[in-house]
Design a protein around this ligand. Structure first.
Ligand SMILES: [Ca+2]
Length: 524
C-alpha cells in the first residue's frame, strides 16, 4: 500500500514539473484523477497570474447533485469523461463538480449534504423539500436570474405549469419540461370479441358493465368453456383508473370543492366509485385474482387472450400485448375515458414537469445553473435530426447509444451493444428528459404511434395540490393505509359501502382537518 502511494506521488510530482516547465495546458480528455487535478490547479494559478484579464480566465466552480439508476463504471472519472466533456465544451469557464448518487439513496444523500453544510449549488427537489428549504433559507429565489438567463422557460411552460416553480410568490425552482402523458395507461377493449358479438365500444359505466357480463358469461371465444373475464386489474385497485376517472376522482389527487382543496379519497364520488367496483366484483365479471396480482401477471393474463377489457401502459400494449394478440388473430383497441354520472370524460395525468431544480443560498453564481438548464433545452441545429442539447446526454451517439429513425427524423431506441450498455452511466449527467419526452402529444403520437396517447390527451386533468406541507408529510401516509384497507373490504363486500362514511369520520378525527388547512394555506 505504502509503496504504491509513493509511486503515484512521484508520478504526480513529475507530471507537475513537466507541465510547469513546458507551460503545457492539460487538455480536457485527461483520463486520470491525477492529471485532472493538475489541470485544475494550473487553471487556478493562471487566474491569479492574469488578474488584468480576469473575466477571460476566471473559472467559476459549481457543484451539481444528480441521481441515476446506472452506476458510473469503476474505470471512469466522475468529473472527467466523455459526457462531462459535453458540458466543458459548452461552458469552458465553468468547472462542475458532479455528485452522483443512486436514485434509491438520493433523499439520504441530500439530507447528509445539507446537515454537513455542503449543500450542492444545483440539485433536484420534491414539493416537500421546496417548502422546507425555502422556509429555512437554504435556497435562493431566482426570479431575476431566470428572466435574464432562462428564455426557454417561456417556450416550454404555461402559466399553469409554472406554478410548480413558486413558493410564496417567489420563483425558487428551475422547471424542466416533460410530457405528462409519457407512457399513459389507457382502457383497451377486445375489438374482435365486440365484432363477433355484434356490440359497439361502450361509452358509459352502465354500458361497459353490460358488455363485461357478455364477455364473462356468453363464451366470447366460442370454445365452449367458462374461461373468460370482463376485467382484470392489479392489486390494491391498480390499473383501475378508468373507474375512478369516470367518477372524476383519483386516489392520489386533491380537488377543489367549494373553494377548498380536499383529498379525493374522502369525497363522496370516491364512495360511488368503490360501490361500482364492488358491483363488478359481486357480479363475477371482475377476475378475483386481481386482488393479489402484480402488473406482470396482469400483462400475462391479458396476453393469454381471456380478458375482455384491460387498462395498461401504452408501451406494454403497443410493444408486447397488442402484437402478441395479433399473432393469435385477436385485436385490442384503446378507448376514450368513459363518461361518468356527470356526463364528463376525465383522464388523470402525472406532473407536467420532469424535474424541479433549486439553487442553494450559498451558490455564488446562480446564473450558471440557470444557463445550464436553459442550454440543455436549446436545439442544436448542427445535428441532422430533431433534438435538444440534452439529447447528447440522454440519447448519446447514433449507432452506439441510439438509432436514428430517418423516416421520423428522430432518435428512437437504445442500442444493446456492449458499448451502449457501458455508456448508460451517461444518465448520471442528464438533467432533464429527451426531446421525445417533451414533444407535444400530437407530434409524439406521430413519432411513436401512440394511439393510446391520442385517445386520452383531450381529457387530461391535473392534481389541484402542488405543494406538500409538514403535517401532511407526517400524518397522511398512515391515514391512506387505513383507507387502502377499508376500500378492499368494501370492494370484496366484506363490509358494506357505508363503512366509507366511517373512514371519512376517522380521517377528520385523526388530524385530517389540520392536513387540509395546511395544504390550503400552502396551495393558495
Ligand atoms: Ca370460453
Amino acid at each position: 500500500m505504502k509503496r504504491g502511494r509513493c509511486i503515484v506521488g512521484v508520478c504526480l510530482i513529475l507530471v507537475t514539473l513537466f507541465l510547469l516547465m513546458t507551460g503545457c495546458r492539460g487538455d480536457n480528455t485527461a483520463k486520470t484523477n491525477g492529471e485532472s487535478q493538475v489541470t485544475a490547479n494550473k487553471t487556478e494559478s493562471d487566474t491569479i497570474n492574469n488578474q488584468g484579464d480576469h473575466s477571460k480566465h476566471e473559472v467559476k466552480k459549481i457543484s451539481i447533485l444528480n441521481s441515476t439508476n446506472w452506476p458510473i463504471p469503476g474505470d471512469v472519472d466522475v468529473n472527467n469523461n466523455k459526457w462531462t466533456n459535453i458540458y466543458k465544451e459548452a461552458f469552458p469557464d465553468v468547472e462542475i463538480e458532479w455528485i452522483i448518487t443512486p436514485s434509491s439513496s438520493l433523499n439520504e444523500k441530500k439530507n447528509i449534504l445539507i446537515a454537513t453544510g455542503d449543500m450542492p449549488d444545483l440539485l433536484g427537489c420534491n414539493d416537500l423539500d421546496l417548502v422546507n428549504w425555502a422556509e429555512k433559507g437554504l435556497i435562493q429565489p431566482l426570479d431575476d436570474v431566470v428572466k435574464e438567463h432562462y428564455p426557454n422557460q417561456k417556450k416550454y411552460f404555461t402559466q399553469q405549469t409554472l406554478k410548480y416553480a413558486f413558493y410564496k410568490g417567489k420563483q425558487y425552482c428551475l422547471l424542466t419540461p416533460a410530457n405528462s402523458l409519457q407512457n399513459p395507461t389507457t382502457l383497451q377493449v377486445r375489438k374482435d370479441w365486440l365484432d363477433k358479438m355484434g356490440l359497439t365500444v361502450p361509452q358509459t359505466l352502465n354500458e361497459i358493465f353490460e358488455v363485461m357480463k357478455k364477455f364473462t358469461f356468453e363464451d366470447p371465444d366460442a370454445n365452449g368453456k367458462d374461461d373468460t373475464f370482463g376485467y382484470t386489474s392489479g392489486k390494491n385497485l391498480g390499473l383501475m383508473a378508468w373507474v375512478f376517472s369516470a367518477y372524476d376522482v383519483n386516489e392520489n389527487f386533491w380537488s377543489k370543492v367549494d373553494g377548498k382543496i380536499i383529498p379525493d379519497i374522502i369525497r363522496p364520488e370516491m364512495k360511488d366509485a368503490l360501490a361500482y367496483i364492488n358491483k363488478l366484483y359481486s357480479a363475477g365479471v371482475y377476475d378475483k385474482d386481481s386482488l393479489v396480482q402484480t402488473n406482470i401477471q396482469v400483462e400475462e393474463k391479458v396476453t393469454s387472450g381471456n380478458i375482455g377489457f384491460t387498462e395498461f401502459y401504452s408501451w406494454g400494449i403497443g410493444r408486447r400485448i397488442a402484437p402478441a394478440l395479433k399473432e393469435k388473430g385477436m385485436e385490442i383497441v384503446p378507448m376514450k375515458p368513459l363518461k361518468g354520472p356527470n356526463g364528463k370524460r376525465m383522464y388523470p395525468s402525472g406532473l407536467p414537469v420532469w424535474g424541479r431544480f433549486v439553487v442553494s443560498a450559498t451558490c455564488e453564481y446562480p446564473e450558471i445553473p440557470v444557463k445550464i438548464i436553459n442550454w440543455l433545452l436549446d436545439s442544436d441545429e448542427s445535428l441532422p435530426y430533431k433534438n435538444i442539447n440534452n439529447d447528447k446526454l440522454n440519447c448519446g451517439e447514433i449507432g452506439v447509444n441510439c438509432i436514428l429513425d430517418e423516416k421520423l427524423n428522430f432518435l428512437t431506441e437504445y442500442y444493446d451493444t456492449p458499448q451502449g450498455e457501458y455508456d448508460r452511466y451517461r444518465f448520471s449527467y442528464r438533467l432533464l428528459a429527451s426531446y421525445g419526452h417533451i414533444a407535444d402529444v400530437e407530434e409524439k403520437a406521430g413519432m411513436l404511434n401512440y394511439d393510446a396517447m391520442k385517445a386520452v390527451a383531450p381529457y387530461v386533468q391535473y392534481n389541484d395540490k402542488i405543494l406538500t406541507g409538514k403535517i401532511e408529510a407526517e400524518k397522511f401516509g398512515e391515514l391512506k393505509t387505513y383507507y387502502d384497507e377499508i376500500k378492499m373490504q368494501i370492494v370484496t363486500g366484506n363490509v358494506g359501502i357505508d363503512e366509507f362514511d366511517k373512514w371519512v369520520a376517522f380521517f377528520y378525527k385523526n388530524g385530517g382537518q389540520d392536513i387540509i388547512d395546511e395544504v390550503n394555506t400552502l396551495n393558495r
